[in-house]
Structures are given as structure tokens and as C-alpha cells.
Design a protein around this ligand. Structure first.
Ligand code: LFR
Length: 484
């Protein structure tokens, strides 16, 4: 067989997309075609910040129908999204709209979990950095809401299964209930050493082991589309849904055209995921203190990385400035930021106050006041301050990743939307003193496509062979450090 086409569904922070990917390894080609884009913002209901899963499913199935109209030979479908969020089901029926991880319900839950399992022990077991929205804390919030009735939506006791979002979409498409491993690794409930559900931990936290679905690895098939779905999509019978690196960051890392033994990556979009790829987890005290995570990668690799707040700081500032209807041109704002000559504050981009939606410029000013530095004086200065703070946090995380893992980092690959941000790439190179290679922008979709293509026999080999295809199709842009 010499190549073929697959459909990738990628559900990102502001929009979801359906993308066709055509791969022919023998010819050395990899091409993407954009089919559909639809909104995927959170919805604030009386019970908190939620997904609009039903609307999303309508939009993505319309997108898939378009994909089959364009190319009836599409061989399979793969779905990825951000990590940690889940839906609860009973008898195959969704129990309400899933919570969005930026909802504030987790605050009390963190303490409740650590009272039963101290963070040190959790880290030893699951190898995950502390993020207040990890599924383990969300489930504690869910459980506690159910027991005291204080908050609507706490339905863990009622559920007979729990599926992370891409698995939940896979279930709607095929009827199969599985937990894809890279995403499951972000729940906090998978043992870092064995890669299996940590039943003892699940039991101690009172979550009920029976709700968790069997784990599957990227490349495994969930089975064919349900007959009704295939008819709706205009898809031939037997089209499979394939588990990809369904955690978007796992898919993005597949598509980093790097030599893992001497490179760091920054998957930069809403978040900046900064780290290295390893064969084995690192769960030392130093890794825990630095809050580095060991997330599951495709082909059993380890994504040893740290979450930096990312371009969310900028997009949320822009959203704040636009709240009265003014439209801000992002390109213009970044150009103005690049020409700022005044010195701007470098704030701690990892401060948890920046996590929830809201007045980002106000919070940055508040951080500056608390730390005795002058706040930025204009929008351009805010934008520059955000870029400088991100570049500093990126450079710091690369240094820490290198020290903790022993990887001698010679290049930093920036993939995702952030690869288009010249100022950010340049300043990351400057502040780290290491060359930055930017691109591909569509890393997540490419990783999704490549894992499906390999499952279909359109490509073969290890991640290095897949990355060779990426390197050939998407030449990165190089930024040398300027010494400033
Ligand atoms: C990026 C990402 C990160 C994860 C965060 C929340 O989109 O998936 O890897 O930590 O979103 O799920």
C-alpha cells in the first residue's frame, strides 16, 4: 500500500477542528487539509464552567461528514483534546455536561485528597506534577459535592463509567468504552511504573474502580463506527476510530522533529508544555520539588515536562480588553510589543492566580504591586511583559528539565501556535542561550494523523521514522540566541 488519508479531530481551547491528513511514507510526503473549524469555548452554567459537549459533537460530526464528502477514501478517524476532563455515564447516557478544568471547584478538593494521600506519596505513585485541576482533584470535588448535596453536578455515585473527553467522543462514535493511555496518565490515577490503573489509590480515595474503562494504547482500534453514525457521516461501513495520543500534548510531541537525546520541546498554545522525551520516568525528590510531570507518551515514551501558563496570558488579556466590543488586532499588538524599548516587568508566569478566566492585566498589575515593581504602562507593554515572562519561564523550565533528566539540550523545538510568534521564539532563544527551531504549527493534528497512518499501514517504524516525515514536510524556522 502506498499511502492514504485519515481524519483528525483536534479539540482545542477555543476551537475544534477536523483535518484531513494524507501520508505516503514511501514517497516521503505528509500533507494536511483543513476541513472544518468550530467554536469550543466553555459555557458558564449555574453549576459552574462546563463543556458544551452536545454542541461540540454536532459540530464535529458535521465536520467529519464534510471530510467524507471531500475524500470518500478516508480510512479512519482519531480524536484528541486537552487532558484531565471527563464525562460521567450511566447506562450509556451522559450525566450532564462535563466540567471544564478551569472551573474553581477544585480548591477544597486538593486538601481533601492530600489529607488521605499526601502529595509526596501521590507523586511517587503517579509521577504527575501538581496541577489543581488534575482529574484526581476534580473527582474528589465531584464526590464531595455528591455527598453533601452542596453543589449540583456531583454525580460520581450515580455513574457506571467515566470517560475522558476524546474517549467519550470515541464512545459516541463507536459504542466502545476505553481509556486511551496517554490521556489516562494525566488523571493522577494511573501508576507511573506499571502504566495501569492504580486500584489501591482509587479505592483509598473512594472513587469506585468499576467506573474506569480498560486502557488502550495509541494505534489500537476502538472498532467501527456505529451504523447510525456511519449513515449520518456518509461514511463507508467499517470505518474505524483509532486511539491516537488522545492527550493533545502527546500527539504534539509525536510531531516534534527532534533528536530526543539532545533536544527540548515547547508545545506552545494556550499552555506552554516544556520538557524532554525520556524512556523512563524521573520521580526523584528534585523532580517533585521542581513540579515536573511524567506523562505517558506514544510508544511508551515519557513526556517529562512542566506546564507553563502559556499564551493564555495573552489571549485572556486580549479578551479582557475586548470585553466592551473593541476589536484588537493581535498582529498589531505583537508588533507594538516588539518595539517596546522601556524595560518591562518579568513576572512569575506560573503563579496560580493566572489560571482562571478573568481580568488578566489586572492580575499582572497586582503581581507587580505585590513584588514592588512597576506594572506595564500600556497594552503594548503588557504584551511585551507577558512575552518576556513566558520566555524566561520557558528558558528556566528547559534548564531544569535538562538538569533533572541528564539530557544535554542543544536545540529547543517550539511547536503549536506559539511557533508563529516570532517575538516569543526569539526571546526564548535569547533568554535560554539555545537555538530555537520553530514549527510545525499544526503539531497536534500531525501527531494525531501519523499515529493513525501507522495503524493503517500508510507509514511504519518508530517515532524517529515518523518525525523524519515531519522534518521533511515542514522545515522549521531557526532563531539563534542574540546574547541579549
Ligand atoms: C494542553 C493541555 C496540557 C494540560 C492542559 C489541561 O492543551 O492538554 O497538556 O495540562 O491542557 O488539560
Amino acid at each position: 500500500m502506498s499511502g492514504g488519508t485519515v481524519a483528525a479531530v483536534d479539540l482545542g481551547a477555543t476551537s475544534g477542528r477536523v483535518i484531513l491528513g494524507r501520508v505516503d511514507q514511501r514517497a516521503g510526503t505528509l500533507e494536511l487539509g483543513h476541513v472544518a473549524r468550530f467554536p469550543n469555548g466553555p459555557v458558564r452554567l449555574a453549576s459552574g464552567l462546563h463543556w458544551d459537549l452536545t454542541g461540540l459533537y454536532r459540530d464535529l460530526t458535521r465536520g467529519l461528514a464534510d471530510a467524507f464528502r471531500r475524500d470518500p477514501a478516508v480510512a479512519s478517524i482519531g480524536v484528541d483534546s486537552w487532558a484531565v476532563d471527563y464525562g460521567l455515564l450511566r447506562g450509556g447516557r451522559l450525566l450532564g455536561e462535563p466540567f471544564h478544568y478551569r472551573d474553581e471547584r477544585n480548591e477544597a478538593a486538593v486538601e481533601a485528597v492530600h489529607r488521605v494521600v499526601p502529595f509526596e506519596e501521590l507523586y511517587r505513585r503517579n509521577g504527575l506534577q501538581f496541577l489543581p485541576f488534575n482529574t484526581v482533584y476534580q473527582l474528589a470535588a465531584e464526590r464531595d459535592a455528591a455527598s453533601d448535596g452542596a453543589r449540583p453536578g456531583g454525580w460520581l455515585d450515580l455513574a457506571d463509567s467515566l470517560l475522558l473527553i476524546p474517549d467519550l467522543i470515541g464512545f459516541q462514535l463507536t459504542g466502545a468504552k476505553v481509556s486511551e493511555r496517554t490521556n489516562a496518565s494525566t488523571t493522577g490515577l494511573v501508576a507511573v511504573e506499571s502504566g495501569e490503573w492504580d486500584d489501591e489509590l482509587i479505592e483509598r480515595l473512594g472513587f469506585g474502580a468499576s467506573v474506569f474503562a480498560p486502557l488502550v494504547s495509541p494505534g489500537e482500534s476502538l472498532g467501527g463506527l456505529r451504523a447510525g453514525v456511519a449513515a449520518d457521516l456518509g461514511a463507508p461501513a467499517g470505518i474505524e476510530v483509532v486511539a491516537v495520543g488522545s492527550h493533545d500534548t502527546a500527539s504534539a510531541v509525536v510531531a516534534v522533529p527532534m533528536r530526543a537525546e539532545s533536544a527540548a520541546y515547547i508545545s506552545c498554545g494556550t499552555w506552554g508544555l516544556v520538557g524532554v522525551e525520556l524512556e523512563h520516568p524521573v520521580t526523584t525528590d528534585a523532580a517533585r520539588a521542581a513540579n515536573f510531570t511524567n506523562e505517558g507518551g506514544v510508544d511508551g515514551r515519557v513526556r517529562f515536562l512542566h506546564n507553563v501558563m502559556g499564551l493564555w496570558l495573552l489571549s485572556e488579556s486580549v479578551r479582557w480588553w475586548e470585553r466592551d466590543g473593541e476589536a484588537i488586532d493581535l498582529g498589531g499588538l505583537l508588533a507594538a510589543a516588539a518595539s517596546v524599548t522601556a524595560s518591562v516587568p518579568v513576572f512569575d508566569a506560573n503563579d496560580p492566580r493566572f489560571l482562571a478566566p478573568g481580568d488578566m492585566p489586572g492580575r499582572i498589575a497586582e503581581w507587580c504591586a505585590e513584588h514592588g515593581v512597576a506594572a506595564p504602562a500600556s497594552r503594548a507593554e503588557f504584551a511585551r511583559s507577558i512575552i518576556e515572562s513566558l520566555a524566561e519561564a520557558f528558558a528556566g523550565a528547559v534548564r531544569t528539565a535538562s538538569i533533572l533528566s541528564g539530557v544535554d539540550v542543544e536545540t529547543i523545538h517550539v511547536v503549536g501556535g506559539g511557533a508563529l510568534n516570532e517575538l516569543l521564539c526569539r526571546r526564548t532563544a535569547d533568554r535560554s542561550g539555545i537555538p530555537v527551531l520553530a514549527g510545525p504549527v499544526e503539531a497536534t493534528a500531525i501527531g494525531n494523523v501519523l499515529v493513525q497512518a501507522r495503524a493503517q499501514g500508510f507509514a511504519r517504524g518508530d517515532l524517529e521514522s515518523l518525525r523524519a516525515l515531519v522534518a521533511a514536510a515542514f522545515a522549521p524556522r531557526r532563531y539563534e540566541p542574540s546574547g541579549r
